[in-house]
Design a protein around this ligand. Structure first.
Ligand code: SF4
Length: 494
C-alpha cells in the first residue's frame, strides 16, 4: 500500500517549501509521486530514483574512463589529497545540511584550507553590504501576512527561479492583514528585461542595465520630495515619484532583490543603497528587505554556520594560517584559481563549472587533484574531477537542518532510504576528518583553536609575555607547547 508522507521540505531552492506530500511505496524504498512541489522541486525528488544513478565512488583513470572504488578508498584518497596539499580549496557547501557543513569546517581547519561557498558568485556582495550597514529584514511568514507593497528588484525572477515563492509568500497568499491575496498587494518589478515576473507586475520600471544605484538614489530623493532630473536610469521622473508614493503609502513594504543588483556595476554598494531606501521608508511605514537567495537551497545556512557560528565570516574563508581570515576579491575561489594559488580542489554540494565559474577557473580545476562529492552525476564538476563520491540526497534520503532565504532554519525530512551501502555526506566527511587526523598523527582541532587564540594574542597584544603566559589555563599552555613543537616559528616562548 502506498504511504503518504506529509510536511516534507523541498531541498531545491532557498524557498524551502515545507508543505510537500510525497507518496512512497510501503517498503519505504521508492518515491511514487510528489504533490505540491513545483516542477523543479518535484524533479529533484524523482531524480533520486534514477535507474542510472551512481551508487559507489568512482576514480578517473588515465584514459578518461572511471573505475569503481570503495568508500574506504575514497576516504583515503580525499584525506591524502587534503593533507598533502599546501593550500587546498574546499568549495561549495550550499546544497548540504548545516551539520555536514560543520564537519566540513573542521576538516578545513585541520588542513588549513581556503573555504568558499556559492555566495562567492551570487549574494556575496549582499553579505558584505549587510556587514557594512546592517539590514532591516522580515521572515517570509510576516511578508505573507502583512506585505501590501512588494518589489522585485534586479534579476529577481521568482516565476522561474523560485516558482512557488509568489504563491506561498509574496503575492498570492491570503494573509492575516492581506485577506484578498494578490488584490491586497501592489507588485513592482524593477528589471531591464521583460521577465515573466515583470509581465505580472502592476508597475514595471524597465531601467537601463547597470544603473540600479542611480535609480535607488533617485527613489531616496523622491521619498523626501526633493527635485529630480527628467530621467534617471531611463525612467521618467513622474514614474519615480509615483513609485516612491506607492511604497510610502503601503502598510508594509518589502524589497526582494537578486543577482542583477549584486553582480552589476556597484555590487555591494547597490545593496547598501537599497538598504538605505528601506530605512528611509521606515520613516513613513514598515519596510523590510530580503535577498532572493538560494538557487542552492542551503547557501544561507553555510553563511550562518561559518559567519554566525564558527568563524565570523560567511564566505571567502582563508584558514591557511591556522585562523580565519577573510578578504573577498583575494581569498575568493575564482581569484585563488586564476592566480594559480591552490594545489587541490574539493567540491561538495555545488557545481562550479556549471554554475558561473569562468572557463579559466574550470581549466585549473581540471588540472589539479580534485574530488567531487555529489549525490549523482553533476555534468561538468563530476566530469572534470579525479574522484567522484556519490552520497545520499539531503532532504530526500537523510534529514538535516537548512536555512531558508529569510534566515529561518528548517529541519528537512527523510522520505526514503538511500541505496544500500551509500553514505550520507556528513558520514563521509566524518570519515575523512578522522582519517585526516590519523594522517596528521592525532593532532586535534582543539590544538588549532588554542593556537588560533594564542596567535591572536601575539598579533593583537604585542607578544606573549611571561605574565600573560602564566595567566593562561594549564590546558591552554600545554596545547600551545604541543603546537610549538609542530610550528616553532610561531612560538616565541619555545
Ligand atoms: S519553489 Fe523552490 S522550494 Fe518550493 S517547491 Fe519549487 S523548487 Fe522547491
Amino acid at each position: 500500500m502506498t504511504k503518504i508522507i506529509t510536511d516534507v521540505v523541498c531541498p531545491f531552492c532557498g524557498t524551502l517549501c515545507d508543505d510537500l506530500e510525497v507518496a512512497v511505496s510501503d517498503d519505504g524504498e521508492e518515491i511514487l509521486e510528489v504533490y505540491n512541489a513545483c516542477a523543479i522541486g518535484a524533479t529533484k525528488f524523482l531524480h533520486s530514483q534514477a535507474k542510472d544513478r551512481i551508487t559507489r565512488p568512482r576514480m578517473k583513470q588515465e584514459d578518461g574512463s572511471w573505475k569503481e572504488v570503495t568508500y574506504d578508498d575514497a576516504v583515503d584518497y580525499t584525506a591524502n589529497l587534503l593533507v598533502d596539499a599546501k593550500k587546498p580549496l574546499m568549495y561549495g557547501w550550499s546544497s548540504t545540511s548545516c551539520p555536514a557543513q560543520g564537519v566540513g569546517s573542521e576538516i578545513g581547519e585541520e588542513v588549513c584550507a581556503c573555504m568558499d561557498n556559492t555566495a562567492t558568485v551570487c549574494h556575496g556582495s549582499t553579505l558584505i553590504a549587510v556587514q557594512d550597514v546592517g539590514v532591516p529584514s522580515a521572515t517570509l511568514g510576516e511578508i505573507a501576512n502583512r506585505a501590501d507593497r512588494v518589489v522585485f528588484w534586479g534579476g529577481c525572477n521568482p516565476a522561474h527561479a523560485h516558482p512557488r515563492h509568489m504563491s506561498r509568500y509574496s503575492i498570492f497568499p491570503r494573509g492575516f492583514f492581506t485577506g484578498k491575496g494578490s488584490k491586497s498587494r501592489k507588485m513592482i518589478v524593477v528589471d531591464p528585461r521583460k521577465t515573466d515576473t515583470a509581465k505580472m507586475a502592476d508597475v514595471h520600471l524597465q531601467l537601463e542595465q547597470g544603473r540600479d544605484y542611480e535609480l535607488l538614489s533617485a527613489i531616496r530623493v523622491a521619498i523626501r520630495g526633493e527635485e529630480l532630473p527628467d530621467f534617471v536610469a531611463g525612467i521618467p521622473k513622474e514614474e519615480i515619484y509615483e513609485t516612491a508614493e506607492t511604497l510610502k503609502s503601503g502598510r508594509f513594504t518589502v524589497i526582494f532583490f537578486g543577482m542583477g543588483v549584486t553582480h552589476s556595476l556597484g555590487k555591494n554598494h547597490n545593496i547598501d543603497i537599497a538598504i538605505m531606501v528601506t530605512r528611509d521608508l521606515n520613516d513613513y511605514t514598515k519596510a523590510a528587505i530580503v535577498a532572493m537567495r538560494g538557487g542552492h537551497y542551503n547557501v544561507t545556512g553555510s553563511g550562518q554556520v561559518w559567519g554566525g557560528w564558527q568563524f565570523g565570516f560567511p564566505f571567502c574563508l582563508d584558514l591557511t594560517r591556522g585562523f580565519a581570515r577573510y578578504n573577498p576579491g583575494d581569498s575568493s575561489s575564482n581569484d585563488l584559481l586564476v592566480r594559480d594559488e591552490v594545489d587541490a580542489v574539493f567540491v561538495l554540494g555545488s557545481d562550479p563549472p556549471g554554475a558561473h565559474f569562468p572557463v579559466r577557473s574550470v581549466k585549473k580545476i581540471a588540472q589539479l587533484p580534485s574530488v567531487c562529492i555529489d549525490p549523482h552525476i553533476t555534468p561538468p564538476t563530476s566530469a572534470v574531477s579525479k574522484m567522484h563520491v556519490p552520497v545520499a540526497f539531503v532532504g530526500v534520503e537523510v534529514g538535516g537542518c537548512a536555512y531558508r532565504m529569510d534566515n529561518v532554519p528548517i529541519e528537512t525530512r527523510k522520505v526514503v532510504e538511500p541505496p544500500e551501502g551509500m553514505l550520507t555526506d556528513e558520514e563521509f566527511l566524518q570519515k575523512v576528518l578522522d582519517r585526516v587526523r590519523e594522517l596528521k598523527g592525532g593532532q586535534h582541532n582543539h590544538d588549532r583553536v588554542s593556537h588560533q587564540k594564542w596567535f591572536c594574542l601575539r598579533l593583537f597584544r604585542g607578544g606573549l609575555t611571561e605574565t600573560k603566559w602564566m595567566s593562561l589555563s594549564k590546558t591552554a599552555r600545554s596545547s600551545m607547547q604541543a603546537m610549538s613543537q609542530s610550528r616553532p616559528s610561531l612560538m616565541p616562548l619555545a
